[in-house]
Write a protein that binds this ligand. Structure first.
Ligand code: ZN
Length: 642
């Protein structure tokens, strides 16, 4: 597996896309309104089995997770790869970030830094910032602490920050990429207006983005907290608020405490609990745990009382939760099961401290700092915590309640392989459920043998995406090995290829100078792509091809393009078909039959949607049919490359 394949194999497309789009499960796929064009009915489909996405609406294209990130972030292949590699925790060895790329990233940090400076100054002496200062005073945050955390104030105007940053040399596109500005129909405007600003730094102390709290309590429509949108330097799943400040305290105590909010962290640090960081309201991710375990031997999650009953530790993430099997391998969100897995696979003790009902860390610390200290000292190991929580949730005086407890706890325990640890919890579970340890042990092996659990020890199956796409590769090998095809092929749309590596190579091939031919052409492509793509490029240039004359090569090329076009239509047909079946089932066959007989449907939005889906499905079917007729008459059997 080369590095690109490894990055793809380590991440799950549903999880990555789920960070940008609210995906909804639909059969074996997920659907959503397409993030790349405007629509109400979803025509954007993500298929975990193939690790691919497809929009069968206006875009009519698809790809893998790298192409998705490229398109969504408007970034180059290499930048998307770097972002995803970091997320997957993979070091790219051949990595040589181009100096241009490096400069662009640095600029984003610098823009954020400049914004933080400016917001900070306004908080100190701007008249309009009075409500922000008042709020901090109410929450007991003094000027010194506010300065230490670089708190700031964003003015209410639509373009105050934009004007300031433009004056000191930043461009609109940079503000957009840094997530500081938003582009709408009426132009660019500031993302943060009239808010208390919390600069968020990465573990190296660079300002990656912001959290922002509203100061207008009557503003019922706006969110209380917002933060920087995902950007090339801001990925919430890999950041912990105040980690940079807390690193010293965490090292000294050997313990990191994770809370949810900015204010909780600030209150803690103000009271000399300087080992506290915040997950910023997202689910705790694997990357965050990785950041902490480098410096801590114990991680304590401070959870509010109702978190005990939730599946995902800290906060749930509905889409990912469904796809979660074992967080160690793929999904970055840490579930209870995942936490139990960490407990024994990594050198870190994971504990849980539950806050008193209805109170957050901020309240506890301010009311009585010593209560916070004993709360954290009294944190219990994840498995104990989960067993207690489940035991409390079921009525153990009934056999049904006891059975449920066993069935819910055993899959978590199944992650633990240490026989001594297992035995200890089986004993406790046995007492709680009045069941013999031998019976529980047998149930445990069944739990371990479930498909989900077995993934733990089984070697990771090679995902379809890593196997490469034979048809696409045949096309590229043709182009690379038959330079005479250049003119025929310059118009080939890159979107025809769904594999991001192939797409990047085609783009590079199209971009090299017209005078390029033969060996020089391959060199040209090599120079234009990141080094991670070199192994792939080499494989294609060495791929054994039939001995075509130029006429046959042309025919093979045209044929291959046709097949790829048809593949797109087939994917579209499949997607509309599946969606249609689902919607038809929702609406009901009798209603549809009535509609077909000409009843009034204007006012019925749902019905109208189903009917237009039907029409689209039929159109795609016709296009596909025409293709088949067309191909049947013209295609020449050249090579078995389908
Ligand atoms: Zn679309």
């Amino acid at each position: 597996m080369n590095e690109v394949e490894e990055v793809k194999a380590r991440l799950d497309i549903v999880d990555v896309i789920g960070q940008y789009v609210a995906l909804q499960k639909s059969g074996r796929s997920f659907k959503a309104p397409c993030p790349f064009h405007n629509e109400r009915t979803p025509s954007f489909i993500v298929t975990p089995e193939r690790q691919s996405w497809h929009c069968f609406g206006a875009c009519g294209t698809g790809g893998d997770l790298i192409t998705f990130v490229m398109k969504k972030e408007a970034i180059e292949f290499s930048e998307a790869l770097r972002m995803l590699a970091e997320r997957a925790g993979i070091k790219l060895h051949g990595r040589r970030e181009s100096s241009q790329e490096q400069r662009r990233r640095e600029r984003l940090f610098t823009a954020n830094e400049a914004a933080a400076d400016w917001y900070g100054k306004l908080l100190v002496d701007d008249k309009a910032a009075a409500p922000a200062r008042e709020y901090l005073k109410q929450r007991g945050i003094d000027t010194g602490t506010a300065r230490e955390f670089d708190l700031g104030f964003s003015p209410g105007a639509w373009d105050a920050l934009r004007n300031h940053l433009r004056r000191i040399g930043f461009e609109d596109q940079e503000l957009l990429r840094a997530g500081l500005a938003v582009q709408s129909d009426s132009g660019f405007h500031d993302r943060f207006r009239g808010r208390l600003m919390f600069p968020i730094r990465d573990d190296k102390g660079r300002t990656a983005g912001f959290g922002a709290r509203t100061l207008d309590e009557r503003d019922a429509g706006g969110a209380k907290y917002i933060n920087t949108a995902q950007s090339p330097v801001f990925d919430k799943s890999g950041l912990l608020y105040a980690l940079h400040r807390a690193a010293g305290g965490i090292r000294r105590e050997g313990r990191a405490v994770v809370v949810e909010g900015y204010m909780d962290v600030i209150a803690a640090h103000q009271h000399a609990f300087d080992n506290v960081v915040a997950s910023m309201g997202t689910a705790l991710t694997e990357r965050q745990v990785r950041l902490l375990r480098r410096i801590a031997s114990e991680i304590v999650l401070a959870l509010d009382a109702d978190a005990a009953g939730r599946d995902a530790a800290i906060r749930g993430h509905d889409v990912v939760r469904g796809a979660l099997i074992d967080s160690r391998l793929t999904a970055p969100v840490v579930t209870w099961r995942g936490l139990a897995g960490y407990q024994q696979t990594v050198d870190v003790e994971l504990k849980v401290a539950v806050l008193p009902d209805g109170r957050d860390p901020d309240d506890v610390i301010r009311a009585a700092p010593e209560d916070w200290r004993s709360l954290i000292d009294g944190a219990v190991p994840v498995l104990d915590f989960r067993l207690d929580a489940l035991a409390a949730a079921h009525d153990l005086s009934t056999p049904a309640g006891r059975s449920r407890l066993a069935h819910e706890f055993l899959p978590i325990l199944a992650v633990v392989t240490d026989p001594v640890v297992r035995a200890q919890y089986l004993q406790r579970l046995g007492r709680l459920t009045a069941t013999g340890e031998r019976e529980l042990s047998a149930m445990l092996s069944t739990a371990t043998a479930r498909p989900g659990a077995s993934k733990l020890t089984a070697p990771q199956p090679e995902p379809a995406a890593a196997k490469g796409d034979n048809r696409e590769e045949f096309l590229l090998a043709l182009l690379l090995q038959y330079p005479a095809l250049r003119e025929d092929a310059l118009g080939t749309p890159e979107e025809l290829l769904w594999n991001s590596e192939n797409r990047a190579l085609l783009g590079a091939w199209k971009g090299i100078g017209a005078e390029a031919d033969g060996e020089w052409q391959i060199e040209g492509v090599k120079n234009a792509v990141p080094v991670e793509l070199w192994p792939h490029l080499e494989r294609l240039t060495l791929r054994k091809m039939p001995d075509f004359d130029i006429k046959q090569a042309r025919q093979a090329f045209a044929d291959c393009v046709q097949r790829l076009v048809r593949r797109g239509l087939e994917a579209e047909k499949q997607a509309t078909g599946a969606l249609l079946a689902e919607r038809e089932a929702e609406v009901g066959a009798s209603v549809l039959a009535e509609a077909a007989s000409g009843e009034e449907i204007e006012g019925d939005k749902e019905l109208w949607e189903v009917l237009s889906l039907q029409a689209q499905d039929m159109r795609t079917g016709l296009k596909l049919h025409r293709r088949e007729v067309h191909d049947g008459s013209e295609a020449v059997q050249t090579e078995n490359h389908g």
